[in-house]
Every structure is written in C-alpha cells, then in structure tokens.
Design a protein around this ligand. Structure first.
Ligand code: PTT
Ligand code: SF4
Length: 601
C-alpha cells in the first residue's frame, strides 16, 4: 500500500501497490525513482509540486539482517536532479507495520505541522511548538507524547531554513538524504513524521525465511573481522585512507593528514562509551563518544574525515562537538565539511576575508550555526552548497563536487576507478553506490590500516565494469530491499543470501541476476530523470572535481583524456550514447519505452 498525504489540501489517499510496480522496481530506491519519474516533472524542488517519498522494500518491518533501513527521495534542491538517502530507523519498521510500503508527501502546509501515522489513522498535527527546535529535542518531545517505541523522522533548523544539504534525522545520529531531503521537508513545513504500526508483515515462506535469516545473523557474528568492526566500525578507514593518500585534507588539497592519529579509530576507541545502530542489526556500528562538552556524538568515517582532516581540525573531541552540532541542526556532515573547507581555501586565496582559516575551531562552530540559520552573508552563501557558492565567487576550480553534491571522504586524485564511481553515482558524488577504491588498491581497511605498497595508477577498462558491478549491488539491490550493505561489504556475508531471503518473503523466485536487471532499469530511469529535469545533458556532468585533474599531489593527478576513455567504456556497457544519454534501444530493452517516448528519443 502507498500512503499519500497532501499537505496543501489535507487529503489522505491509500493506494494499492501494483504487482507490476513491485516486480519491476522491487522497492526502496526502485519504487521512489519510478514515483518521481511519473509525478515530478520540471518542478522547483522547494515548491509544493515536489514530492517527498519515504520508500521501503521487502526486507523492512521484518527481523531481516540489517533490514531496518528506509530510502528518502525527492527532486534535489542541491543538484536539481534525482536525490535520495538511506537511513536506518525505527520509522522504517513502524511504517511497514502500519501497512505501508511508501509514504508520499505532496503539497505544502501554510503553517508548521507534523504527520502522525498510527496504522490506518493519519493525522496532520500542529508543530508550532516544535518549529525552531533541534532534531534531538524534537524527537524527545514527540516520543514523550506518542510513546518511546514510535519511529520519528524529523528536521532541524537547517531543514526549516532550506539549507540545500539539510538531512532528515532519526534516533540522535541516523541521518538520511544528503542531497537536501531535509530542505524539501522544510519547504513543505513538515517538521516531523511519527509512526506507530501494529500489523503483522506477511511472509510467504516462513520456515525458509526463519532458516535463512538465522543463518545470516550467525554468519555475520562469526566473521573474523566482526570484533574489530564492533570496536571501530567505519572509523578504521581514517588510518587506511591516510596511509593510501586518500584522506581528504584541507579541502582535498592533500591525501594525508600529518596528525591523523588524533582523529583515527584508536583515538575514537579511547573516547568511546557505547554503540548505536539501526533496528534488527547485530552489528550496531555507530560509535558513541562523549565529546568535549560531555555530550554524546556518533562518529563515522565520513563525518570525521570531512569535519576533521578536511578542515584541518586535529582534535577528535572538537570534531565530535561539530558532528553533534550538525546532527542537532540537521546538516549533512559531508557537505558541511566541504562547505567549511571550501571557504577556508577561498580565504587562503584571499577571496573570502571573513571565513575561518583551516583548523579554527570556534570560528567553524560559529559558521556552522550561521549556515543552518542562514544568519550571515557567508552562512547564507554556503547554505547553497559549494557549486553555487564557487560560481558566485568565481572560484569553481576549488569546489569539490559532482553534479552539485559534495564529494564524500575519499580523495581520488590517484584513483581513477573511484573517481568514476563518484562521477557516475546516481545522486552526485557519493560513495554509497560503488566503493571501488579498496579493490583498485588491492588492500582492505579491515586489515587494521594496511596500505598497499604495490599500487600503480592505471586506467584499465575493467574498472568501468567493476563500477557497474558494484552499482548493481550497492546502488541497486541493497537500496531496493532496503537493507544495510555493510554486513556484505565489511564482513563478507555471502551475497546469495539476499535473493534467497527476498524470495522467501515475496513468494517468487529471485536470483541475483533478476535483481541486477532491475538495477540496470533503475539506473537508466534515474539518468533519464536527470536529463528531463535539467533540460540538457553533457558528459562533463559525469566528470569528477576539477581539482583531481589540475592539482598534482605527491606528483599524481588524474588525466582527462584517460578518464574520458574509462567513461566511454562505462557508457558503452550501460548502453548509453557517448554523451551519457540512454539510447532508445537500451530503454526499450529495459522496459522503459515510456521514458524513450517522453524524452523524444
Ligand atoms: C550517508 C552519509 C554517510 S555514509 C555518513 S557516515 W557512512 C554521514 N553521516 C551523517 C551523520 O551521522 N550525521 C549527519 N548530520 N550527516 C551525515 N551525513 C553523512 O551521510 C549510515 C550507515 C553508514 S555510515 C554507511 S557508510 C552506510 N550507508 C548505507 C547506504 O547508503 N545504503 C545502504 N543500503 N546501507 C548503508 N549502510 C550504512 O549506513 P545518506 P544511517 Mg545514512 C551521524 O544517509 O543520505 O545515504 O548519506 O543512514 O542510518 O545514518 O546509517 O561512513
Ligand atoms: Fe546500521 Fe551499522 Fe547495522 Fe548497517 S551495520 S544496519 S549502519 S548499525
């Protein structure tokens, strides 16, 4: 069932999910991208015409391994293309138990409201008292009213002020929707969604389901890397990235941070007081530390890489405060780290006078607040993201983004495959869809910080195939189910379990190949969405940041003509033309004839 709530009219509609939609798009990102293709055409992302989709997949609401995730999608105000994020939250469990596979929020309210979903009862409630509050306090108050077990998704001041990289927050440390899903929520004056569900989620073959899921939980906890992963989670990557010249440092100007030890996984362990994570997960990889102010902050690699080394901040206590502030305000830590470091580099170049210098902590805290509240000229400018800010200041070469989305914490001036992964990600520069840097290097962050000494930079064309292989799994399968990919990525859980569990739930036989066909369909659909919404398309949109071509670090930089060859191979394998536009034949082959027609191909 799809639940549609229109905040302009107050109408609530429940729609059956068609068999066709379920089969051809599975769920999560597949479902969300199809809804957006059909219903969001040439609209301003911050207007009532944009739609905010909270989409679930077959794994949700059930005790499936790491299946407590949810996709949040809309047309992005940061990129003007397709945007989504994946958040682990009780709201996912509760929405499914309330009987819904997706919630689509349409229109916009005149005054601040929050949405309360209790099975079939849907209420749009006054949020006057909540507007202006941070995300932690908002969730605390809503749980006081609606019960501790309810699932809550909310925005902070950044979302209210339509900061272009505002996220949706849940459970004091789960964040979703990097390309401004929080801003879309704010534009609808929707402060929060509270969900409670009591229905049973059907499973077609219960005994197979129980057998498979039991086996996977066991497989996860018996992996050799399990205890290290429980200790450091994604934070192990700080040392690994430093050793391999991939740690973004001072606005991606270097690949190593001389004081990386002050912010690495071992420093984090010294401050760690607990673990948090998503529902139904036996990993709980969120590292909880007590920051300088004695308050809890959840540290992951991306947060630390971007708010630490990339801003020149060599103190994990301070990084933790900045990270918690971003969570409270509802700002994406990756884009925030990039915006701050962009301003710092611009200052160094003499272009921005009132920005902080690298490593200036108090000034960074002040500027973060100004961004979230748009309360200063510089804060207001940086709230637009580095693409717009750099255009405004005529310093586009130092803005580190792809398609307007700031690059996450891997500096790829000597990693062509990972650069291609960023270049071709469906939402702009994000590592979630293809994380090929370890494969490219032949080393793993789980080897406690190992560096590969034998790495030689090359542009072998098999790199394009590898990116697509990972996009099918990570950007496809895990985003459709919707389940966390980390047990597979980090602990090596057998991929074959996932179609088996899916088949047991839905009662149809799925193989990995069946799912990958859906992945290919969805990648071409999302690419078409970008083309339609931007009204124009050039292959340069799939290029990584200019810095990686122009600035040599330790004698390395990417070469444009060689990157172009890799990109052309990627297009060829995807069945897209030499500008990156899906051909008519490809779209027909993928069952997307209606797309070809609409794009007049
Ligand atoms: C994700 C992006 C990431 S990816 C991180 S840390 W990472 C940052 N976390 C933020 C945060 O925290 N606070 C904040 N204010 N902003 C933040 N922005 C950044 O957002 C997250 C985990 C992680 S931790 C990762 S890798 C994996 N991502 C998954 C994914 O994308 N899909 C999937 N099927 N499984 C995944 N598992 C892992 O989930 P976005 P979460 Mg996230 C404090 O949302 O938009 O996709 O960006 O959801 O519940 O926080 O789990 O080293
Ligand atoms: Fe959440 Fe971490 Fe578990 Fe993934 S491994 S579901 S991110 S707690």
């Amino acid at each position: 069932m799809i639940l549609r709530v229109n905040l302009s009219s107050g109408s609530v509609v429940k729609e059956e999910l068609t068999e066709n939609l379920r089969y051809e798009y599975i769920g999560g990102r597949g479902l969300a991208s199809k809804i957006l293709w059909d219903e969001v055409k040439n609209v301003d992302p911050l207007s009532p015409e944009n739609k905010l989709v909270f989409a679930l997949g077959p794994f949700n609401g059930l005790r499936t391994p790491s299946g407590g995730k949810m996709v949040i999608a809309a047309k992005s105000p940061l990129t003007n293309g397709y945007g989504d994020g994946n958040i682990g939250t009780m709201a996912s469990v509760q929405l499914k138990k309330a009987g819904y596979t997706a919630l689509v929020v349409e229109g916009s309210s005149q005054k601040p409201v929050y949405l309360c979903i209790e099975d079939d009862r849907i209420s749009i409630l006054d949020a006057k008292e909540l507007w202006g509050l941070d995300t932690f306090e908002t969730e605390r108050r809503l749980k006081e009213v609606h019960g501790k077990g309810s699932g809550v998704l909310c925005i902070g001041p950044a979302g209210e002020n339509k900061v272009k990289y505002a996220v949706v927050m849940s459970q004091r440390g789960r964040a979703g929707g990097r390309p401004g899903m929080g801003a879309v929520m704010g534009s609808k004056k929707l402060k929060a969604v509270v969900i409670k569900g009591t229905k049973e989620v059907p499973v077609a073959d219960k005994s197979a389901f129980d057998e498979y899921t039991r086996a996977v939980y066991k497989e996860i906890s018996s992996q050799p890397g399990y205890s290290f992963w429980m200790r450091q989670g994604t934070m192990a990557a700080v040392e690994w990235a430093h050793k391999n010249f991939a740690l973004p440092t001072r606005n991606f100007s270097e690949g190593r941070f001389e004081r990386f030890r002050t912010v690495d996984g071992y420093s984090m362990e010294a401050m760690k007081v607990g673990r948090r994570g998503c529902p139904y997960c036996n990993v709980q990889c969120g590292n909880i530390v007590l920051d300088k102010e004695g308050k809890e902050s959840e540290l992951d690699y991306e947060n630390v890489g971007m708010l630490g080394p990339n801003t020149g901040l060599a103190n994990l206590n301070r990084v933790a405060v900045l990270n918690r502030l971003a969570d409270e305000l509802g700002l994406d830590t990756i884009s925030l780290g990039s915006a701050l470091s962009f301003a710092m580099e611009a200052k160094k170049l003499g272009i921005l006078k009132d920005a902080p210098s690298f490593g200036e902590y108090e000034e960074m805290i002040a500027l973060t607040n100004e961004i979230a509240h748009r309360s200063s000229k510089l804060g207001d400018l940086l709230a637009e993201g580095v693409k717009i800010a750099s255009k405004e200041l005529s310093v586009e070469d130092i803005a580190v983004h792809v398609k307007g989305l700031e690059v996450s914490a891997y500096n790829c001036f000597r990693y062509p495959a990972m650069a291609l992964a960023y270049g071709t990600s469906a939402i702009g520069a994000h590592h979630k869809e293809a994380w090929v840097i370890a494969w490219e290097l032949g080393s793993s962050p789980m080897d406690e910080g190992n560096a590969s000494s034998s790495y030689e930079m090359n542009y072998n064309l098999d790199k394009a195939a590898k990116v697509i292989e990972q996009q099918r799994i990570r950007g496809g399968m895990f985003e459709f189910l919707t389940a966390c990919r980390l047990p597979w990525v980090e602990l090596g859980v057998d991929l074959e379990w996932y179609p088996k569990i899916l088949s047991a739930i839905v009662g149809e036989n799925y193989t990995l190949d069946d799912i990958f066909k859906v992945s290919d369909r969805v990648y071409s659909l999302i690419r078409s969405f970008w083309i339609r919404e931007l009204g124009t398309w050039e292959k340069v949109m799939d290029y990584p940041p200019k810095k990686w071509f122009k600035e040599a670090i330790n004698g390395f930089h990417l070469e444009e003509s060689k990157y172009e060859e890799l990109l052309q191979e990627y297009y060829r394998l995807r069945g897209w033309n030499s500008e990156g536009v899906p051909t008519k034949e490809t779209l027909k082959h993928l069952g997307l004839d209606f797309v070809a027609e609409e794009l007049s191909l």
